[in-house]
Design a protein around this ligand. Structure first.
Ligand SMILES: CC(C)(COP(=O)(O)OP(=O)(O)OC[C@H]1O[C@@H](n2cnc3c(N)ncnc32)[C@H](O)[C@@H]1OP(=O)(O)O)[C@@H](O)C(=O)NCCC(=O)NCCS
Length: 128
């Protein structure tokens, strides 16, 4: 499972890949991970807030609704806790991800200038 996540993350994020150890550390720190052969999503709940840490889909499985389905599964798990808001950050130039989040009810609430190697991060929130 961890080796598969490492492989998939490298495919989805070639310039900032996470290792199996990184994923193991995320689990140890309280993150939840759902992964399959073709996609993964990582999130964390702290008190009454949650954060989508990352999401990725293998390129040949994109545009089939997989990310939206994983987001819904994660949100349904998050709703089992007393969570009021879900946050996430996305690079300003990552149009597929921004559209995914907007379509699923996430609203822009701020900007972290030059957060990703000179690219602004858009901070988004969904109220449950
Ligand atoms: C972002 C990503 C997870 C989307 O995965 P996906 O499985 O293709 O997304 P879905 O098929 O569930 O698409 C859901 C919605 O997202 C939007 N979307 C997805 N890909 C898009 C694209 N290439 N261009 C524009 N909008 C897109 C659309 O609104 C789409 O709904 P629609 O098909 O009804 O128009 C995928 O492109 C990916 O893995 N990218 C690399 C990793 C990454 O950037 N992760 C996000 C980090 S914040």
């Amino acid at each position: 499972m961890l080796a598969k996540l490492e492989e998939l993350h490298k495919i989805c994020f070639p310039h900032k890949s996470w290792s199996a150890v990184d994923f193991s550390d995320l689990k140890k720190s309280g993150c939840e991970i759902i992964g399959s052969d073709n996609g993964f999503i990582v999130w964390r709940v702290v008190m009454d807030e949650a954060e989508i840490i990352t999401i990725g889909v293998r390129p040949d499985f994109r545009k089939t609704g997989m990310a939206a389905a994983m987001l819904t599964i994660a949100e349904n798990e998050i709703k089992k806790s007393n969570v009021k808001k879900i946050f996430l950050e996305v690079a300003e130039n990552n149009i597929p991800a921004r559209k995914l989040y907007e379509k699923n009810g996430y609203k822009q609430i701020g900007i972290r200038p030059k957060y990703y190697d000179g690219i602004d991060a858009i901070l988004m929130e969904k109220r449950l």
